[in-house]
Design a protein. Structure first.
Length: 134
């Protein structure tokens, strides 16, 4: 009976990134300041110290985990995966990310049908912030 119930319910397919960082508490605070992220849930090892957090930016969600052995700094300084954050106003979100502590990798410009710029967050993850020009 249980397997019949499970088969009859549709599954929403999605990809949800999981970012390893050296300090999850600082990362959660940064993503809130930089991108207006909202906590969906969090796990703390001790009060106030985030170990894992599920965050959302609008409809997009991602996870952050304190994992100093797998974070970009432990792997040579840069993540091999880039996040693409699609927003209505990439210029404003780009500047907000810089003001919150990101480093500019590529200025916001237009090309290949996008207005887009790239930052490296303080934890080594690269974010392309843009919108399609259609």
């Amino acid at each position: 009976m249980r397997s019949e119930l499970m088969r009859s319910q549709p599954v929403t397919v999605r990809i949800t990134p999981w970012l390893a960082v050296a300090n999850a508490t600082q990362a959660v605070a940064y993503y809130k300041r930089a991108f207006g992220a909202v906590e969906v849930e969090r796990l703390e090892e001790e009060p106030g110290r985030v170990v894992v957090a599920h965050l959302s930016i609008g409809e997009a969600t991602f996870w952050v985990q304190q994992d100093p052995d797998a974070c970009p700094q432990a792997l040579g300084g840069e993540s091999p995966v880039r996040m693409i954050l699609t927003v209505d106003d990439p210029d404003t979100v780009f500047e907000q990310a810089i003001a919150a502590g990101a480093s500019e990798v590529g200025a916001v410009s237009e090309g290949h049908g996008w207005r887009i710029g790239r930052v490296a967050d303080p934890f080594g993850h690269h974010w392309e912030i843009g919108k399609p020009l259609r």
